[in-house]
Design a protein around this ligand. Structure first.
Ligand SMILES: Nc1ncnc2c1ncn2[C@@H]1O[C@H](COP(=O)(O)OP(=O)(O)O)[C@@H](O)[C@H]1O
Ligand SMILES: CCCC(=O)OP(=O)(O)O
Length: 358
């Protein structure tokens, strides 16, 4: 069997990450950071497509990558219709659903489009793995309180499950044997209850649910939101940006960068400290909620994502949560490895490729 030479593309709200793999060996890893002032210039997420594409092509050129060697391109999957976990070939229906944003707008919607544009030039196949809309919610978790609104799963399943697998391995078991609370803390924050390998509840990280994050407001008092909607002071787009893009740390402190906030705190900024503590407090409350979802049967609380690099934030959360279960830290994310692994399983005939169509 020949080698799989894979280009992996992962657009997030604050970064575009790319990597090259030969089979399961990573040979290149690059992270392009997007400052919010730059992304703010684009009216829609989709308007960022050519900008992010040119940055990816530039990085490949800078690293002397011979693109003609790639055998497949793999991207983080976005807000298409809810699906079961697995690897999906990118097709026209998926591209169209992602462009419309049938389940919402998010940088991950660009992944399949970026992959397709590059794959077409090279005449190679392209895929997504475990997109953000993988849905394993328990029936009771779908209730919102009104039949008009159903709770939906939208989070970081790729990294959450990868971290669950790594921790289970470290603990001498399998992911499917464990119950975990996993908090992915990046530009968006999701806190999930993993019950024997299934995400049975999670805050919808993109649609006004759960803790506030570097760029999102999280759950808000809903009647106050209705008041804002009908105040006449804001357009629909302005209000959407209050929730996602310009909420959370960005709204309170003018930055989405956890490192900048930590620096402000270390320089003695008491307002920055209170805001950061408030974010930790909301993350901790969500962890507490997921502890009840798992009825207290918890093999570990796993903290991951870019913000998990920050000892200050980890310290605040640990103070609230360490009475619940052991807390273990997996800083950054394992999404690139998980994306490569998903496609390798399919290419090596260990798993069936899934077709996106509904
Ligand atoms: N060492 C660090 N200390 C504090 N925050 C960090 C650190 N490294 C990254 N971050 C923060 O993590 C967030 C990005 O996390 P990441 O998981 O890469 O998110 P995304 O995929 O949403 O872009 C940003 O707020 C970034 O500033
Ligand atoms: C759609 C939810 C996933 C998410 O919030 O990802 P980022 O943290 O990368 O923005």
């Amino acid at each position: 069997m020949g080698n799989n030479f894979l280009l992996i593309i992962n657009p997030g709200s604050t970064t575009t990450k790319l990597a090259c793999f030969v089979n399961d060996e990573q040979i290149l890893s690059e992270e392009i950071e997007h400052r919010s002032e730059v992304l703010d210039k684009f009216t829609t997420i989709f308007d960022q497509l050519d900008y992010r594409l040119s940055l990816i092509e530039e990085k490949l050129t800078d690293n002397n990558v011979d693109n003609s060697k790639f055998t497949a391109i793999v991207a983080r999957g976005g807000n298409m219709k809810p699906v079961s976990g697995g690897t999906y070939e990118i097709n026209e229906e998926m591209l169209s659903d992602l462009k419309i944003g049938v389940m919402g707008q998010h940088a991950s919607n660009l992944g399949a489009h970026l992959a397709k544009k590059l794959a077409e030039k090279l005449d190679i196949p392209c895929f997504v793995v475990d997109p953000v809309v993988v849905d394993e919610l328990a029936p009771v978790a779908r209730y919102s309180g009104t039949p008009l609104i159903q709770r939906k799963s939208k989070d970081h399943p790729l990294n959450q499950k990868a971290v669950g697998r790594i921790d289970a391995h470290n603990e001498g078991g399998t992911y499917e044997e464990m119950n975990y609370i996993i908090a992915h803390m990046g530009g968006g924050i999701s806190v999930a209850a993993h019950n024997h390998g299934e995400i049975i509840d999670v805050n919808n990280a993109l649609n006004g649910d759960g803790p506030f994050s570097p760029e999102r407001a999280g759950g808000l008092p809903v009647t106050s939101v209705i008041d804002l909607c009908f105040s006449g002071d804001y357009s629909e787009n302005e209000l959407r940006a209050v929730l996602v893009g310009n909420g959370g740390l960005k709204a309170y402190l003018g930055t989405t960068d956890g490192r900048e906030v930590s620096k402000l705190i270390n320089e003695g900024d008491s307002h920055a400290k209170e805001v950061y503590q408030a974010m930790a407090y909301q993350i901790s409350k969500e962890i507490g909620a997921m502890a009840t979802v798992l009825k207290g049967q918890i093999n570990g609380i796993l903290l991951t994502g870019g913000l998990a690099f920050d000892d200050l934030l980890i310290g605040y959360i640990s103070e609230y949560c360490n009475f619940l279960a052991d807390i273990r830290i997996y800083p950054g994310e394992n999404e690139m490895v998980a994306l490569a692994a998903g496609v390798n399983r399919v290419m090596n005939n260990e798993e069936k490729l899934k077709k996106y169509s509904q």
